[in-house]
Design a protein around this ligand. Structure first.
Ligand code: WT7
Length: 629
């Protein structure tokens, strides 16, 4: 199949695409011409001229083939014992009601809708409702601060923001609506007023009476949506019409609006889900929902296959570290997809939390978000999976839409820590600094040759940045931003980001974003942020700061700087360490030498390398001394 997918991508993918419903078939000539990434302007297109609807394919199509009474979603609440389930029929009804409501308030094809919801059923419902009417959803992770949310609202100018009043994670309640209120005040000040904030009352976390309210703008979901009809006509959209925007971090302070379109994304997420998890119709699938994973492998990929999905609202250590396996037993989960950071944190709690549960339903395990270290891999395999479930270590990105390098369970021998081989249609290459492809056993920059159906099409409002970031660094290829090595058997080993992006617990954070938050503090003159190894989170944020002249460094200031970052980006981006620096190592042209800062942060002091090109080499000594304090 792989060979066919490379030799004849058009034939390979159109055969698969034909299993879906298309209102109108695509034009085979256009479609084969646009996978090329060798010459600009880059314009990737798949199934061009075809019209379809991903919500129709995920719901109506499965109902028409007799699966209406099958469970589509199980929802497990933060508190053990709180749960809800929805069949495909019921899910479609809920989606249609919201879709009708959105149409009623004037949301039209192409309009943006921002979704700031925690892991409630309403999150996939909201995405699917937008897709049904051709609106473009933009989910903002509910861990982002008001300022980050505002920044995204200002960029995509939504007609509506959909949120919940609060969420409970573990013992903590987070008042999401307050965050949204602040974001909306901010966006209005910047000339982007949002007229409607549809708020779901998550009464288990907070009663509506306690929620701050702005009459005229704020509407309770429960007061309006259930009044609408449970049937809603589908808006047929072009294969290349936008489906969603998802903001992600890059190497500048401004987040990138990754834009995915409809047809190729649909075919790709469905196919990768099916093969990388060896999906069978009897499977019960449970996944962590962060970010793009919640789009491709909680909502679209699984539902397009008619799968049953378990979504979990809470925290994996509440009420204790066995909660994940409690959920596995409760729902007889067969495929369990999670992240290395979670595996490492549970590993530390001891095996009893795992072995207490039977887990005998498990068949396939999955990992995503960062390279999985072999010891975490082995624990996941031996302890969680009782040495009988293959692990799909799926390498992919927000930009790729779906899995790119991943095992096919059982199809080839695994190596702990290797994502193994490319998925159908994907041609990974490793290039050297000059952009030359290197063969055999090697290590370098991971790029992809020719495009694939799930690839993003542009950065919203900034096609130039799209080309410069992804296609210019190594001419003729899509550049992933990751380092990779290939062993003598051809297995791929991802080695982490090679750009200015830090991966903290699978959250992608741009060093520039953290730096700009730090320097917004009136006493901080300059900041340089690097990633350091962290036992549980994979990487932690380490910030060097110089202060405004005359300001003394103090414990209070340290806390203040950290809280500035939490406030501007979100708690997940808080630095582990603030390192006061009277001066930063700079070249004579003023460029900060991060290579040196990385070594100082990780205390690899004998590997500082050449520091003679620095404008003032003595700052290095000074920094090392202060790092010990
Ligand atoms: C970056 C993409 C893909 C969904 C979650 C993150 C790292 C992701 C793996 C893996 C090694 C991985 C890469 C990549 N990454 N999965 N299996 N092995 N590294 O999506 O926020 O777009 O981040 O996550 O560095 O570039 P994202």
């Amino acid at each position: 199949m792989y060979k066919k997918s490379i030799d004849d991508p058009a034939g390979f993918w159109s055969e698969i695409a034909s299993e879906f419903y298309w209102k109108e078939k695509w034009d085979p000539e256009v479609y084969t011409g646009n996978l090329d990434v060798t010459t600009g302007p880059i314009k990737i297109e798949w199934f061009k001229g075809g019209s379809t609807n991903i919500c129709y394919n995920a719901l109506d199509r499965n109902i028409e083939t007799g699966n209406g009474d099958k469970i589509a979603l199980y929802w497990e609440g933060n508190e053990p014992g709180s749960d809800v389930k929805l069949t495909y029929n019921e899910l479609l009804e809920k989606v249609c009601q919201l879709a009708n409501y959105l149409k009623h308030v004037g949301v039209k094809k192409g309009d943006a809708v921002v979704i700031y919801l925690p892991m409630l059923m309403e999150l996939p419902i909201a995405m699917l409702a937008c897709a049904r009417i051709g609106a473009v959803h933009s989910v903002v992770f509910a861990g982002f601060s008001a300022e980050s949310l505002a920044q995204r609202i200002i960029d995509c100018k939504p007609k509506v923001v959909i949120t919940a009043n609060a969420v409970r994670r573990g013992a903590k309640a987070i008042h999401l609506k307050d965050i949204v209120d602040n974001a909306l005040t901010e966006s209005e000040k910047s000339g982007v007023p949002v007229g409607l904030c549809l708020t779901y009352e998550n009464h288990l976390a907070m009663e509506r009476g306690a929620t701050k309210w702005q009459d005229g703008r704020d509407i309770w979901w429960q007061d309006v949506v259930p009044e609408f009809p449970t049937k809603c006509e589908v808006e047929w959209v072009d294969s290349e019409d936008p489906l969603f925007l998802l903001y992600t971090s890059g190497s500048t302070g401004k987040p990138k609006g990754v834009l995915h379109t409809t047809g190729g994304y649909m075919v790709y997420t469905a196919t990768t889900f099916k093969y990388a998890f060896d999906y069978k119709s009897s499977d019960i699938y449970c996944a962590d929902c962060g970010w793009i994973t919640g789009h491709s492998y909680v909502t679209y990929g699984p539902l397009l296959n008619g799968a049953t999905v378990v979504i979990f609202e809470g925290a994996p250590n509440y009420p204790d570290a066995g909660r994940s396996w409690d959920i596995v037993d409760k729902y007889k989960v067969t495929i369990f997809y999670t992240a290395p950071t979670l595996i490492r944190s549970l590993m530390r709690e001891g095996n009893e939390y795992v072995t207490r549960y039977s887990r005998k339903s498990l068949r396939v395990l999955g990992s995503v978000g960062e390279p999985i270290n072999p010891s975490a891999w082995r624990w996941f395999y031996n302890v969680v999976g009782n040495s009988r479930c293959p692990i799909s270590d799926t390498w992919w990105q927000t930009e790729t839409g779906g899995f790119m390098i991943t095992p096919l369970p059982g199809a080839w021998p695994q190596k702990p820590g290797s994502a193994t081989f490319p998925f159908f249609g994907v041609q990974p290459v490793i290039v050297d600094e000059k952009g030359n492809e290197i063969e055999g056993e090697c290590s370098g920059y991971l790029c992809i040759k020719r495009s694939w159906p799930g690839a993003f099409r542009t950065l919203y409002g900034d096609h130039e940045r799209y080309e410069t970031t992804y296609f210019k660094p190594f001419s003729g290829y899509y550049f992933s931003g990751d380092g990779c090595s290939r062993d003598k058997d051809g297995y791929h080993w991802l080695t982490g980001r090679v750009d200015d992006v830090i991966n903290v617990s699978g959250h992608r954070i741009g060093t520039a974003e953290v730096e700009s938050a730090l320097v917004s503090h009136p006493q901080c003159a300059e900041a340089a942020v690097v990633g350091v190894e962290h036992e549980v989170k994979g990487q932690g944020i380490y910030a060097f700061v110089t202060l405004v002249d005359g300001v003394p460094y103090s414990e209070e200031l340290r806390k203040d700087l950290i809280s500035t970052v939490r406030k501007q980006i979100g708690a997940f981006a808080a630095p582990e360490k603030i390192h006061w620096a009277p001066g930063l190592p700079k070249t004579r042209s003023g460029k900060i030498m991060r290579r040196i800062l990385r070594k100082i942060a990780s205390r690899q002091l004998d590997e500082l390398g050449d520091i003679s090109t620095l404008a003032d080499p003595s700052v290095v000594e000074q920094l090392i001394a202060l790092g010990d304090s």
